[in-house]
Design a protein around this ligand. Structure first.
Ligand SMILES: Cc1cc2nc3c(=O)[nH]c(=O)nc-3n(C[C@H](O)[C@H](O)[C@H](O)COP(=O)(O)OP(=O)(O)OC[C@H]3O[C@@H](n4cnc5c(N)ncnc54)[C@H](O)[C@@H]3O)c2cc1C
Length: 336
């Protein structure tokens, strides 16, 4: 393990806020975690950080921060039709996707170019373009910092939901060390979501391979989402809220164009971006922060600002959306 004191987390959060951590430890192995446990480091609060792409840092961190650097990419087993691949939690998510795509193993290609680490992917069951990791997730191995024991979590144990999991409900208890996926050797591609099909048509691809899907997703994401290297952000700041169909009917009286997706017989998911844009926030700027000019769901940091400015803006948006639509917007981003 490598220890740092009074270190800036500016390069470790995609908003780019210059927050200090009193103590940061890079962990490279399970043995490092066991040693920290034996030294009593987990008797006090601590935080685990991966790529910092789903974090809003609002104040300096006096508790121990662990930077997960457990690396591994390994094919652990295969059948005639599937492979099971095992990744260290510290691996970069997009690199892991590319490793699978380049080997012809299908199932996570629609999740290309999502920033962050493999270990954080199960925390909010990352999803994009009609796919979530729960669709191919096999298991993970995590360390319980209260009991000092390792445990295997199956797909069911993780209780995956929309941007949700068991781990999101139990913060500060588990360190995810390894994650495994079962992928297909004869993949069926999924081009039904967003503009994927349009890109394939433009490229005259009629029988897409997983590499074609991945390339299409990369093109769409690169053209639509602000790159944190250019402008600080953490992707979608809010979750898409779920409301009842009867509430939707009420809202449709005033807003017949409201964007919704049926999720079961009684409930619909509403596009949070549509709510924020309709309420007039798109492109809004306040001090060093604002709402992205093309993506109302993305809050941005123009530089030189504080995480608390983003939090204040997010709360204002929350109140306004509630006043206008009686819908509560929940933060997708973790606030520290
Ligand atoms: C431009 C952009 C686009 C994005 N697009 C999407 C998208 O399409 N879909 C989507 O779902 N998300 C998206 N996100 C959000 C983000 O990429 C994901 O949530 C990602 O999984 C976060 O990974 P991370 O390593 O950066 O996690 P961090 O931000 O470092 O941490 C997030 C949470 O996970 C915890 N954590 C991290 N690693 C571990 C570990 N090993 N063990 C235990 N807890 C851990 C942290 O404590 C924290 O609570 C986007 C973000 C950005 C900036």
């Amino acid at each position: 393990m490598i220890k740092f004191e009074n270190v800036s987390l500016k390069s470790l959060n995609t908003f780019g806020f210059d927050i200090l951590a009193t103590e940061l430890i890079e962990i490279h192995s399970e043995q490092d975690i066991i040693e920290l446990y034996q030294n009593g480091q987990f008797n006090q609060p601590y935080k685990t950080i991966g790529g910092g792409s789903n974090l809003l840092l609002t104040e300096n961190l006096s508790q121990l921060v662990l930077l997960n650097k457990l690396l591994k990419k390994e094919l652990v087993s295969e059948t005639e039709t599937t492979v099971t691949v095992h990744f260290g939690a510290g691996e970069n998510w997009h690199d892991a996707v590319m490793y699978c795509v380049d080997n012809g193993w299908g199932g996570i290609e629609n999740l290309s170019l999502i920033p962050g680490s493999v270990g954080a992917a199960p925390i909010q069951n990352i999803g994009a373009y009609g796919v979530e990791i729960k669709d191919t997730f096999e298991s993970l191995r995590a360390f319980n910092t209260k009991t000092g024991q390792f445990r295997r979590f199956s797909n069911q144990d993780c209780r995956f939901g929309y941007r949700d999991s068991y781990f999101k409900q139990h913060p500060g208890e588990w360190i995810i060390c390894y994650v495994s996926f079962t992928l297909s050797k004869n993949p069926q591609t999924n081009s039904s979501y967003g503009d994927i099909q349009q890109i394939l048509t433009e490229r005259e691809i009629t029988s897409p391979k997983i590499k074609d899907i991945s390339n299409a997703v990369i093109s769409i994401r690169s053209s639509k989402l602000p790159d944190p290297k250019d402008i600080g952000n953490s992707g979608s700041f809010f979750k898409n809220p779920v409301i009842s169909k009867s509430q939707l009917s009420d809202i449709q009286q005033e807003y017949p164009n409201i964007k919704s997706f049926s999720i079961n017989e009684t409930q619909v998911k509403i596009a949070a971006g549509w709510l924020i844009e309709t309420a007039g926030w798109k492109g809004y700027k306040e001090g060093n922060v604002g709402v992205h000019k093309n993506q109302a769901l993305v809050l941005v940091h123009y530089g030189g600002g504080k995480g608390s400015e983003i939090k204040t803006l997010a709360e204002k948006i929350q109140h306004d959306i509630y006043n206008k639509f009686q819908i509560h917007l929940e933060f997708e981003v973790n606030i520290w």
